[in-house]
Design a binder for this molecule. Structure first.
Ligand code: SF4
Length: 479
């Protein structure tokens, strides 16, 4: 059961337009993001009362930045320490390689199912679909991911993938779908959160106890100790990481942090920024294989999939500092109105608007190219980002890259207008000459109605005369 995919999603303006027609979606999003925003702010204020949130942000950004600046060495060290701890390290250049590695390991153990910890990177590479094509079922065990999977749906938020669903919708999904893939929901299922959680717990427990192979991502990978870290809220991750005989962790290469101490600011920033909690409820760390305790075969797949391209982007590389807290989604006025599906990717919201083009390259396709424009550039995302990613600056730079990627061929009206402006502004006589046509152009535009520009903005009326004409006529305002 792999669920729907983002393949073939329309460009952001089209998808956003459709999403804006869904009043229930906007209601669910406003309620959920408003609640998380308020919780986060309370905890940031609490930190500021005793120390300094900004210093903590600087420390967290510094840890991630130091790893990225020395990425080659840090990854080599990580491979050495993981191997010394008994893990097997695999390198995957892209999604196809990573999926093939996971499928081969699973098949080698003669099983046809795996249990999964919530993991963005395995969604990024389409692991569930790839495993399904090989006859292997991948069961999501995070509550929200389970809702998405059972509903044959798509995630719409980094932290709360089913944020677009309300309680009664979830009850209907559980009632209709659980029985087809395992233990059915009880007949008297209500939409009380505790009752829904209990139904999910029973449904998942038989899968946990049966599974031979677990699949995870990692929030962090500590190079000097060869330790992977997963943070989660439900305990399902702890079950996946400890019960199966075999554990396969797919880890983006940007997850590396140099030292164990480096986790300190990051593990203080992440829960406060994501769920609005002082501490994460379940923080699991594992360093390879421990005889007689937990999985006895541990594989780590280190994945590039566009990350080295992103690293080569001088402005955009800061996006690789992202710790997937989702704070930028929760403050974004665009995300709050359109929801995550409109971004056409597992990475929605402001971080998705920069990460997807960086990973796939500007000019990749119309959908990816539309994302840097999915922002009002209000800057709220930068203000809350715990690792100081200047998302608005990256968005502006990516817009330029998208324009550059489409240079050549028939020039667009906007390009012609800016070329004309460049010529006019280079010489005062040309500017004086051009002003006459500007006024005519404004009158024509007002007369013949809407363009994409005037659809969303007021077009000022053309002034009766230019400043130069007025200056000459009035002798600089003296007559
Ligand atoms: S960009 Fe910053 S705020 Fe957004 S998810 Fe990443 S770390 Fe969190």
């Amino acid at each position: 059961m792999s669920g729907a995919t983002f393949v073939g999603m329309p460009a952001f303006p089209v998808a956003a337009h459709e999403a804006l027609g869904n009043a229930q979606l906007r209601h669910n999003l406003a309620h959920a993001t408003g609640t998380i925003r308020a919780k986060r702010q309370r905890l940031v204020d609490e930190v500021n009362a005793n120390s300094d949130w900004e210093e903590l942000r600087l420390a967290g950004a510094g840890v991630k930045e130091s790893a990225l600046r020395d990425l080659g060495n840090q990854l080599e060290l990580l491979e050495q320490t993981l191997t010394a701890n008994g893990a097997t390290v695999h390198w995957a250049n892209d999604a196809a390689e990573a999926n093939a590695i996971v499928a081969a390991i699973t098949k080698a153990h003669g099983v046809d199912e795996v249990v999964k910890v919530k993991s963005m990177v395995t969604q990024e590479i389409g692991l569930n679909e790839a495993l399904e094509a090989e006859g292997i079922a991948a069961w999501e065990t995070d509550l929200a991911e389970l809702i998405v999977q059972l509903g044959d749906d798509l995630p719409s938020h980094i932290l709360v993938p089913a944020i677009h669903r309300n309680r009664s919708e979830i009850r209907e999904i559980f009632r209709a779908r659980m029985g087809a893939v395992g233990l059915a929901a009880p007949a008297d299922l209500t939409d009380e959160p505790a009752v829904l959680a209990a139904a999910a717990r029973s449904h998942l427990r038989e899968k946990f106890l049966r599974a031979k192979v677990g699949v995870s991502g990692a929030n962090f990978a500590v190079a000097d100790t060869g330790t992977l870290v997963v943070v989660e809220s439900e305990g399902n991750g702890r079950m996946c990481l400890t019960l199966p005989e075999v554990l396969i962790s797919v880890v983006g290469i940007e997850k590396v942090v140099p030292t164990w101490d480096g986790l300190d600011p990051l593990l203080r920033l992440l829960p406060r920024s994501s769920t609005g909690e002082r501490m994460n409820p379940y923080t699991s760390t594992w360093s390879g294989v421990t005889p007689g305790d937990g999985p006895q075969e541990v594989h780590v797949v280190l994945l590039d999939n566009g990350r080295t391209n992103a690293l080569a982007d001088e402005v955009g590389r800061q996006a690789l500092r992202c710790i997937r807290c989702s704070a930028c989604l929760n403050v974004c006025p665009v995300y709050e109105r359109t929801g995550g599906h409109a971004y056409g990717s597992v990475y929605p919201g402001p971080i998705g608007a920069i990460l997807n083009p960086l990973l796939r390259g500007p000019g990749a396709d119309e959908q990816v190219d539309s994302l840097p424009y999915a922002s009002s550039l209000c800057g709220a995302c930068f203000e809350v980002c715990p690792v100081l990613i200047d998302i608005p600056s990256v968005l502006v730079d990516l817009r330029a890259q998208v324009v550059d990627a489409h240079r050549g061929g028939v020039p667009k009206a906007e390009a012609l207008a800016f070329k004309g402006a460049a010529v006019a502004l280079s010489d005062s006589r040309k500017l004086a000459f051009g002003e006459r046509f500007t006024r005519i152009g404004l009158r024509v535009a007002r007369r013949f109605g809407a363009s994409k520009w005037t659809d969303a903005r007021d077009l000022p009326p053309a002034p009766p005369e230019s400043f130069r004409t007025w200056w000459k006529r009035t002798d600089g305002g003296r007559s």
